[in-house]
Write a protein of this length. Structure first.
Length: 450
């Protein structure tokens, strides 16, 4: 058998293996979703009493997971429940509700997460009368931001101004604080044995490479990690790796996964954070400096359903990001390459072409082979006037609209400050607010920003 034929056969077997893995994961997730729906709705339609609403607003999936845990626990206690996203909630359902539990995260400096963007526009933007509603609220946030739990606090204020009455004080959770979560679960159930998250395992660092020597933006490293014997590689493009620190295990750090299981290892793209006093960030310092090849780190994979391809797997994709946000986009592009899907457009921003062309050879190969139908690299500091990915989007507005008209989905990964807001504003200027609302409602506009 000739070498080209062997390579083609190997590639075909890899595609089949990945397809089989994706099908198995999809079936497992479908069964889980169907079981959740049956459990949450089993008593809701018997007419005995109106269901208690369990409403979630999620950015990375944590609020959704907690909402389903709570819903299942209430159902097991005999309480009729209905679990749903805030974006799926309409005014009629809310006005008719007598009891509701809200599990909501806050995005950036006090903003609503993507899972509540339609709710804030359609319901919180209008006056509502909710005198019959009794509610409780779990707020997920991070105290490193000035407006800690800002969206949850705004939602709490809006509910009370609409006449709703809290059943208990708002529970605020700082970066996954176990004590605060335990307080919520003690009141409403879930947690403990109900928790879905996998246990942390000691994953071994097998490789680390500096990708941007000489960069002004701080060193960026490509890392490869493998699990202990007997732990299978199971995730989809878009999912996250959580790293637990020995002195702070209750507050894991999330990183976008840059590889696929057929690659044989979990790959990350990590920028080394350096504080003004010269010390390194605790998580990034551990991954990029403290660990040596062969050392282990506590890691688990977490599904990030809001950033998976799912129903968009067969659509054209516009992938937009900057810096280490390329990790999540690379995972999607590797999945698209394996699936033979070539309607992909990558817009990627960094500082200087001379130092910051992360994964250059791989991206160039995708462009040459047709995996990338269009590639726009934008280097902000290679010209007198700063140029970012949102500016390139505006310059290519007609083509953006043409891709959207063909059914394209838009995935954004990277920095919350500057890039994500700039891209959102550019898309609204190009396509209009109504189109962006439709893209969000249909799951064709997805973001993993931090």
């Amino acid at each position: 058998m000739t070498e080209p034929l062997l390579r083609a056969l190997a590639a075909g077997l890899m595609v089949l293996a990945y397809a089989a893995m994706c099908l198995a994961i999809w079936r497992r997730e479908r069964r889980r979703h169907d079981a959740d729906a049956r459990a949450a709705a089993a008593l809701a339609g018997d007419g005995a009493q109106p269901p208690l609403l369990v409403l979630f607003a999620s950015q990375t999936g944590q609020a959704e997971t907690i909402a389903w845990q709570t819903g299942r626990a209430l159902h097991a206690q005999g309480t009729p429940v209905r679990v749903m996203s805030l974006n799926d909630l309409d005014a009629t359902t809310l006005r008719a509700a007598q009891r509701a539990l809200f599990v909501v995260s806050t995005y950036g400096e006090g903003d609503a997460p993507d899972g509540a963007s339609l709710f804030t526009e359609n319901l919180m933007g209008a006056a509502e009368a909710l005198p019959m509603l009794r509610y409780a609220l779990l707020a997920l946030g991070d105290r490193q931001y000035t407006h800690f739990c800002g969206f949850a606090r705004a939602l709490d204020g809006w509910l009370q101004s609409s006449g709703a009455v809290p059943l208990a004080p708002r529970v605020e959770v700082d970066n996954g604080d176990p004590g605060a979560l335990a307080e919520w679960h003690a009141q409403w159930g879930g947690g403990g044995a109900e928790a879905e998250s996998a246990a942390f395992e000691p994953w071994q660092l097998v490789s680390r490479a500096l990708l941007n020597p000489g960069s002004e933006g701080g060193p960026v490293f490509h890392l490869g990690l493998r699990p202990p014997a007997g732990v299978a590689l199971h995730w989809q493009s878009g999912d996250l790796a959580q790293i637990a620190l020995a002195d702070d295990p209750g507050r894991p750090r999330d990183y976008s996964i840059a590889s696929l299981p057929p690659d044989g290892e979990l790959q990350l793209l990590v920028r080394q954070e350096c504080h003004p006093d010269g010390t390194l960030g605790r998580a990034s310092g551990l991954l990029t400096s403290t660990l040596a090849p062969g050392d282990s780190v506590a890691l688990r994979v977490r599904a990030h359903r809001n950033f998976r391809l799912d129903a968009n797997a067969g659509r054209p994709l516009i992938l937009i990001g900057n810096g280490t946000g390329l990790a999540g986009l690379r995972g999607h592009l590797r999945a698209r390459a394996l699936a033979g899907q070539h309607e992909n457009w990558l817009l990627f921003g960094e500082r200087h072409a001379a130092h910051d062309q992360l994964y250059r050879d791989e991206i160039d190969a995708w462009q040459a082979s047709g995996v990338l139908q269009r590639l726009d690299r934008v280097f902000s500091r290679d010209q007198a006037e700063r140029l970012y990915v949102q500016h390139r989007l505006l310059q290519a507005g007609d083509e953006v609209n043409a891709w959207l008209a063909r059914g394209a989905a838009v995935y954004v990964c990277g920095s919350l400050q500057g890039m994500a807001g700039g891209v959102d504003a550019a898309l609204r200027q190009i396509a209009g607010d109504a189109v962006l609302r439709d893209l969000t409602a249909s799951g064709r506009y997805r973001r993993d920003v931090y």
